[in-house]
Design a protein around this ligand. Structure first.
Ligand code: HGY
Ligand code: MN
Ligand code: MN
Ligand code: MN
Length: 387
């Protein structure tokens, strides 16, 4: 189902995808999106934050029902996380057209920009800017690993950095948002069902730790004379795992930057990023506070718990489940749907079965038949919401 996209940003050596926001691969994906919109005669709009909207109908006349997801990836990510939601959105719209009739509400397909935050560190950047969940000046000053700011990168991509920010006009056109996403976990595999519905998104955040020491010679500096930042870093990683087990949350350190990075020198500085999540906000906050004690720590992003609107959630479960209601599952993965829900937009999520549950990895997978079941469920949900 994802064939048109599978070669864009793919690392032939690993089969993983590297699709940083505003990278050449991302620009190619944005071109693909525009082509899909044009092929269907949809009204393509790029909002001031770079999010792409393809409309069937005019949302300025009446708020529409929007579906879609993102096309950027984590580094060495899988093929489905994001793209499955965008491809399924176009396919569901095609199915509605085949069924005949014109929906009472406009239907929009959206591609949110920079959902993963792989380049600038803050996830759901496009939807956070759209809803005002991040200040433009903070966003523009964020830098990537080369030291380029978001402002530099937007300007180079031909966008206007000075115009980013909350976009009430675009938001007013979104009467409801339904995001289809490959499940990142094994809930549906355990249920033996192809399609599920999100109950809630766990609270989650990212924190940067800076461990500072003194660069020195690896061979001539006595151990007693060393101020090696690797040691407090290593202790923090082990403490994070122990605290997560004790507190019933999850904590991950997946990105570390050691500088200056010589194999024959004690490093001067170690920067490390902690990702912590859990069903209960207090438990996540308590874990971070425990680990931050005595260290230089800054919060890079925080998303409070998102409880999807129960009436819409149950309506999606009934419609998406066909004869028997679809399973309703919580998730520890963040999504643009969570950012829009936090901004008061009626939001729901559909999940498509992932047999192994593996995600943020080239191993991420979904069976064709389940992807097709997802499209039918999404079309049924859109039809139901647009009555
Ligand atoms: O990190 C997440 O949960 C999402 O994939 N951005
Ligand atoms: Mn992801
Ligand atoms: Mn995603
Ligand atoms: Mn750069």
């Amino acid at each position: 189902m994802l064939e048109p996209l599978t070669q864009i940003g793919r690392d032939a050596a690993t089969g993983g995808y590297v699709r940083d926001a505003w990278s050449p691969a991302d620009m190619e994906l944005r071109e693909w999106f525009a082509g899909e919109a044009a092929r269907r005669g949809l009204d393509l709009r790029e909002d001031r934050n770079g999010n792409l909207w393809a409309w069937w109908g005019d949302p300025s006349r009446r708020p529409g029902v929007v579906t879609g997801s993102h096309l950027d990836s984590v580094r060495q990510g899988g093929a489905y996380d994001g793209p499955l939601g965008v491809v399924s959105a176009f396919a569901a719209l095609d199915l509605l057209r085949e069924r005949g009739g014109v929906p009472a509400s406009p239907i929009g397909v959206v591609c949110f920009t920079d959902e993963e935050g792989a380049r600038f560190g803050v996830p759901c950047m496009g939807s956070r800017l759209l809803t005002g969940a991040i200040r433009p000046e903070r966003a523009l000053a964020l830098t990537d690993d080369d030291g380029d700011t978001l402002a530099d990168v937007l300007a180079r991509a031909g966008r206007r950095p000075e115009s980013i920010g909350r976009d009430d006009e675009t938001l007013a056109g979104v009467g409801a948002f339904v995001e289809l996403h490959v499940e990142q976990g094994r809930g549906l595999a355990d249920h033996g069902r192809p399609v599920g519905v999100a109950a809630a998104i766990w609270p989650h955040g990212r924190w940067r730790f800076d461990f500072r020491g003194r660069a020195d010679h690896a061979g001539t500096t006595r151990l007693a004379d060393r101020d090696d930042p690797m040691l407090p870093f290593a202790r923090m990683v082990l403490a994070a795992r122990a605290a997560a087990e004790r507190r019933g949350v999850v904590a991950t350190v997946g990105k570390v930057r050691v500088s200056p990075g010589n194999a024959n020198a004690v490093p001067g500085h170690v920067a490390a990023w902690l990702d912590a999540r859990g069903a209960a906000e207090d438990d996540v906050r308590a874990l971070v506070a425990e680990l931050a004690e005595g260290h230089e720590v800054s919060e890079e992003s925080w998303t409070p718990v998102v409880g999807f609107d129960p009436a819409l959630r149950d309506r999606l479960a009934r419609v998406a489940g066909g004869g028997t209601p679809a399973p309703v599952l919580p998730t520890g993965a963040g999504h643009d749907a969570g950012i829009l829900a936090a901004a008061g937009v009626p939001v729901g999520m559909l999940f498509v079965r992932n047999p192994t549950g593996v995600s943020h990895s080239p191993e991420e997978h979904a069976e064709q038949a389940d992807c097709e079941a997802g499209v039918v469920a999404l079309a049924d949900v859109l039809e139901d919401l647009c009555r």
